[in-house]
Design a protein around this ligand. Structure first.
Ligand code: ADP
Length: 166
């Protein structure tokens, strides 16, 4: 027996997720989470945040451009800059899922609070946590920034097609 869904139903059933972060700059750890999360969704927005309390090494335009470069062949990935609440970005793009990566128990404690607050702000949202791959569990953007400041080679920590320089 065939079962036909009304058009508007199909639309609400498309699975849309947001992966929010600073990506200052994008690392292999971020890339790994994105490629592993992608098969579960029809569309993945990478939300590049602008937080007035944070000092970034790279401009929003630069951070966005690098991510676009890495995922340019992926039609279902869109990179967007955003200010304000992640749940507002989710509402704006129709996403019901937030993706986050977990490296350590410190990450867990930090993410637990954000995840629970987001759920309170937007009860329909579910945050999905992916454990960091073993080889990337000590990798973060701040290590990459430190290396850059001190003239180190960051090529083994960032996506291969990027030439990240200060
Ligand atoms: P934020 O400022 O929101 O923490 P980040 O760019 O540092 O932004 O991180 C965005 C997301 O990517 C977070 O969920 C973080 O845990 C995850 N992440 C960052 N580095 C790694 C890594 N090496 N392995 C797995 N997840 C990571």
């Amino acid at each position: 027996m065939k079962f036909y869904l009304p058009e508007q139903f199909k639309k609400t059933m498309s699975k849309i997720a947001v992966f929010p972060g600073s990506f200052d700059p994008i690392t292999l750890g971020h890339q790994d989470i994105i490629t592993r999360a992608l098969p579960f969704f029809d569309k993945l927005y990478i939300g590049v945040g602008v937080n007035i309390d944070k000092k970034y090494m790279f401009t929003l335009e630069q951070r966005v451009k690098w991510i676009q470069q890495v995922f340019k062949e992926y039609k279902n990935i869109e990179v967007v800059g955003y200010k304000g609440l992640t749940v507002d970005l989710c509402r704006n793009v129709g996403a019901k899922f937030i993706i986050r990566g977990l490296r350590t128990s410190a990450d867990f404690e930090f993410e637990r609070i954000i995840g629970q607050v987001n759920k309170q702000l937007y009860p329909e949202i579910e945050t999905i946590y992916l454990l960091s791959a073993n080889e990337y569990s000590s990798l973060n953007s701040s290590i990459v920034r430190d290396l850059l400041i001190n003239g180190g080679d960051v090529s083994q920590f960032v996506p291969s097609r990027l030439d990240i320089k200060l």
